[in-house]
Design a protein around this ligand. Structure first.
Ligand SMILES: [Zn+2]
Length: 98
């Protein structure tokens, strides 16, 4: 409902793939963790990303494959799009095919 919260989630989701990758510094990581604790939406998103990464790291000891990274990023991007759609005014697509 509140745009401010949605903005925070947006910012967080943009960091999420780096967070899961362990690319964030201590302060950033703490900020993300704090947000995840108070935000079920972002938290479940983070969990599923972590899960994907874990499975992947289990399967191979090499670094996260680009394909998985790309998929994770795409997922985050898709979520951002759906969030901005629900947050903003959704264009009523009454597609009456003629
Ligand atoms: Zn959030």
């Amino acid at each position: 409902m509140t745009p401010a919260r949605s903005d925070r989630c947006r910012a967080l989701l943009e960091r999420l793939s780096r967070y899961v990758d362990g690319d964030l510094n201590g302060a950033e990581r703490r900020a993300v963790t704090a947000h995840l604790r108070g935000c079920p939406t972002c938290n479940s998103m983070a969990e599923s990303l972590k899960h994907t990464v874990c499975l992947c790291r289990d399967a191979s000891t090499t670094r996260l494959p680009p394909a998985v990274r790309a998929r994770a990023k795409a997922r985050v991007a898709a979520l951002l799009v759906s969030q901005s759609k629900t947050g903003g005014r959704v264009r009523a697509t009454k597609a009456t095919a003629h």
